[in-house]
Write a protein that binds this ligand. Sequence first.
Ligand SMILES: [Mn+2]
Length: 238
Amino acid sequence: MRDGVVLVHSSDLHIDDLDTHVGPKRGQHGLVGLAAVLALARAQAADLVLLAGDTFDNARIATPVLRQAAELLAGAGRPVVVLPGNHDALQPDCLFRRAGILDLPHVAVLGATHADTVLFDAIGLEIIGRAHHGDEDFPPLGPARARRARFQVAMAHGHYVPEPEWEWHAHRSWRISDAALAGAGADYVALGHWDRAVRVGPDGTAAFYSGSPDLAGSANLVRLTEAGVGVTREVLRA
Ligand SMILES: [Mn+2]
């Protein structure tokens, strides 16, 4: 077993049909972002890739676009853990199935291929996360869980709200509190739902939004070792 584990964390790729989302708000297609994230993982020899929600923009995406995404994932060369977000929530006629992604042996889709935990025994890593299943509100980050591996990473797709603003944001769904982040007990919390890359939460908690590839222009490179966690933002190249 190596000394540590290297992860690439991205989110909010919003892959959509090819003729949409190419205006000023989203200047780069989600498939380009996905290719760039996987290229970064390859260049860094990352152990695995985390996609923390809204990989896809909506459930109506044309099947050929879904197939292109599946082809990129098929060539990832390493495990990929996908957390369904509010834009790509799990549904009975799930887009991940239509894409063929559920058939890829090295791709885990939380809530579909795995309930809420993916264990990588060989590298001593456990990934936990609660998938979105629809529009209903729920706490995206669960309580601390007993460890089954030396490293534990939590994924969550939702809206971080600092303690003083909690009530002001009562209208929002999928709020993530300081208490939830502090109580998660994970070595790293991989967040999605925001387009910008930012660290959030109380001191002593390694909780990061990666931001989207097209707006942040980067992904998070996470190194977990016995000494702690190191996080850097890495520029993505198309
Ligand atoms: Mn979202």
